[in-house]
Write a protein that binds this ligand. Structure first.
Ligand code: FAD
Length: 398
């Protein structure tokens, strides 16, 4: 039996050619479609194969490496940051960490573009502090009943399923992940208004006495945060790559403007302060790309790379925002005009600074790895059992 290992099989040169071809197809789609709909497009015949790129071959995916995927996300980000939703399984990839084949039928649907999973973690009362989540799951062997409210959930209207983090009390809270069909009785959604990334929906979801079978628990009770961290390590690296791509396109546009825009009798690119800033932004984005490259290599080597992914996402997004902001100034008033597209990149990246872990929180994770748990916990005002806390810094590259 031959296994179709998908578009990313073969030598590096082949993979680059496939990635070029895929990105070309997306660009073609962008030109021909009336409505920008990255999630909806996943099911289209022309873009077949994109949705399953980073899923295992057994569910119809291509099994692409994290390194290959970063390049795809970067190229898509160059076009538009919101194309982060067109390639790969998105948050459905969390299901691959559940040590079961139970979710394979759903993952097959994700690979074909027929299904899509949103992730519902943030609540009105808490976002960064996962231990303070208030959504509750009652039950056990016969299934679970979920109650709570989640908000700021991206792709809430497009998704077929929600991956929900909720606490099971036995007697202490054990944060657990659940798969909830978005049309399950008791699920209601309400739109919210983001300032960027608005080609997909964003909103609040209420879970009122939502019954789900036991099989919809993802992983074991109390494994929600570790599943979340494993998945978000990968996702943060991909988002870092997308952010870098978006900023690269802005810097390209700024370089062109430096050559063509004239002021005081010559091209503005002759001004050395613009030249030096250009060099600084390009170096900064390259440094961020090396963090992405390093984290992706570790993920491919089966390291969870939690700290490296946090570092890559925080630094890439911040570098990207600064670079786009600079590109806007190079354009003068035209940079403030929607027509140049820079303001959209800026607004989208501002959302990414918060989404999937804020820059501050991710930098806090890096500091925790360097300093050990004791100072980190003290910073959060949690006394804890200091004797039991791990005070041994993790070995980072220094
Ligand atoms: C575009 C976008 C898409 C999103 N998509 C989703 C989604 O699909 N699903 C979902 O569940 N959520 C989603 N979110 C929500 C996102 O995950 C949260 O915004 C994020 O986790 C932060 O939570 P919060 O907004 O409640 O901020 P808070 O946790 O209230 O933080 C507020 C401020 O305090 C800072 N802060 C908090 N704790 C610390 C700390 N320990 N150290 C230093 N600073 C700290 C933060 O950095 C931030 O600046 C999305 C958000 C955005 C903007």
């Amino acid at each position: 039996m031959t296994i179709d290992t998908g578009p990313f099989a073969g030598e590096a040169a082949d993979r680059t050619a496939h990635a070029d071809e895929l990105v070309g197809r997306v660009q073609h789609h962008l030109k021909t479609e009336q409505h920008f709909d990255p999630v909806g497009w996943r099911a289209s015949e022309l873009l077949r194969g994109l949705a399953g790129l980073d899923l295992p071959t057994r569910v119809g995916g291509a099994g692409a490496s994290a390194a290959d995927m970063t390049d795809t996300f970067r190229r898509l980000g160059r076009i538009d940051l919101e194309l982060r939703d067109i390639a790969g399984a998105g948050h459905a990839r969390l299901l691959t960490h559940a040590r079961t084949r139970r979710f394979d039928p759903l993952l097959k649907d994700v690979a074909s573009g027929a299904a899509f999973c949103a992730v519902a973690i943030t609540e009105p009362g808490t976002g960064s502090d996962l231990h303070a989540l208030e959504t509750v799951a009652r039950g056990g062997d016969d299934g679970f009943v979920l109650n709570g409210t989640k908000q700021h959930v991206s792709r809430i209207e497009e998704c077929t399923h929600l991956i929900v983090l909720a606490s099971v009390f036995r007697p202490h809270a054990r944060i657990t992940a659940f798969l909830v069909p978005s049309d399950a009785p008791g699920v209601s959604i309400e739109a919210m208004s983001p300032m960027g990334m608005s080609s997909v929906s964003w909103g609040r979801v209420r879970l009122e006495e939502v019954s789900i079978p036991r099989e919809n628990r993802i992983g074991g009770e109390g494994e929600g945060i570790s599943l979340f961290l494993r998945h978000f390590s990968y996702w943060r690296v991909m988002m870092a790559a997308t952010a870098i791509g978006s900023a690269q396109a802005a810097v390209d546009a700024a370089m062109e403007r430096m050559k063509t825009r004239e002021a005081f009798g010559g091209p503005i690119g002759r001004f050395s302060h613009l030249q030096l800033a250009l060099a600084e932004h390009v170096a900064s984005l390259r440094m961020a790309w090396l963090l992405v490259f390093d984290a992706a290599g570790r993920l491919d080597g089966r390291d969870t790379a939690i700290t490296e992914a946090a570092m890559a996402k925080a630094e890439a997004v911040e570098r990207a925002i600064h670079a786009v902001e600079w590109a806007m100034t190079v354009f003068g008033a035209a940079g403030y005009d929607r027509e140049t597209g820079l303001e959209k990149r800026y607004r989208d990246l501002a959302g990414m600074r918060m989404a999937d872990g804020t820059t501050d929180v991710l930098r806090g994770q890096v500091a925790r790895s360097l300093l050990g748990d004791r100072l980190y916990e003290a910073g959060l005002g949690r006394d804890g059992d200091h004797e039991a806390l791990n005070d041994i810094p993790r070995r980072l590259f220094w």
